[in-house]
Design a protein around this ligand. Structure first.
Ligand code: 13P
Length: 253
């Protein structure tokens, strides 16, 4: 079943790279990336999207993603960016529900559900992030917590809409800490997520959903993580800021 799912490596630059640094990074990635069936999604800050869209337009395996969008279509929301604006510069994916948005910007799964709807309405594909904090894992509550996140943010969707969603499991304790989940921990959670999807929708929808792992993924551990049957790729933070490391992760399949 794994082979029929889209394998994806997405780079979440977070709040890094000036305009010129961003262009240079993309130039290096384009230069090093070999043609393959792996979909590579670059998710820079909003500022970069329009220019990077031009830089990657002829590279079939490279797609553009944003790191957030507003839930409303337009209006008096100072400082915000809508899904339609993203779509208008060639964005195809939007990271939603990242743990940093939850932690520092108070985003809840109820709000994230609205953002999911806003992106789908514009034909964009959400990359929905879920994952537990360390205390929840230590108390053994990680499977239930991730199930609750997914139910609240995603299970109002029709099967047709759900099929456009990519899921990223990012245990909060593994993000930016150098402490990666073991491949067994990732696989266990990914199987759990897939079975939840199967019970809400069906086996086919579950089998076709790409589920990525994120959290201190790097060129040394990517191969082991990606070898797990239910790990369909990665959402990469720190290691996506260096072309050599990022491309090495893409080549880890
Ligand atoms: P790191 O790869 O830096 O741990 O970040 C992961 C992440 O948050 C990607 O969205």
């Amino acid at each position: 079943m794994k082979m029929s799912r889209q394998r994806i490596v997405a780079g979440n630059w977070k709040m890094n790279k000036t305009y010129e640094e961003g262009r240079a990074l993309v130039k290096d990635i384009v230069g090093q990336l070999q043609p393959s069936e792996i979909l590579v999604v670059l998710c820079p800050p909003f500022l970069h999207l329009n220019s990077i869209s031009g830089q990657i337009k002829d590279v079939r395996s490279l797609k553009l993603g944003a790191q957030n969008c507003h839930q409303e279509g337009a209006g008096a929301y100072t400082g915000e960016v809508s899904a339609a604006m993203l779509q208008s510069v060639g964005v195809e994916y939007v990271i939603l529900g990242h743990s940093e948005r939850r932690e520092y910007f108070g985003e809840t799964d109820e709000l994230i559900a609205k953002k999911i709807d806003a992106t789908l309405k514009e034909g964009l594909r959400p990359i929905y992030c879920c994952g537990e904090k360390l205390d929840v894992r230590e108390a053994g509550g990680h499977l239930d917590l991730v199930a609750a996140q997914i139910k609240t943010a995603l299970f109002h969707l029709s099967a047709a809409d759900f099929e456009k969603v990519v899921i990223a499991y990012e245990p909060v304790w593994a993000i930016g800490t150098g402490k990666t989940a073991t491949s067994q921990q990732a696989q266990e959670m990914h199987v759990h997520i897939r079975s939840l999807i199967a019970s809400k929708y069906d086996q086919q929808v579950a089998g076709l959903t790409s589920i990525l792992y994120g959290g201190s993924c790097n060129p040394s551990n990517a191969k082991e993580l990606f070898s797990q049957p239910d790990v369909d790729g990665g959402l990469i933070g720190g290691a996506s800021l260096k072309a050599g490391d990022f491309v090495a992760i893409v080549n880890s399949f």
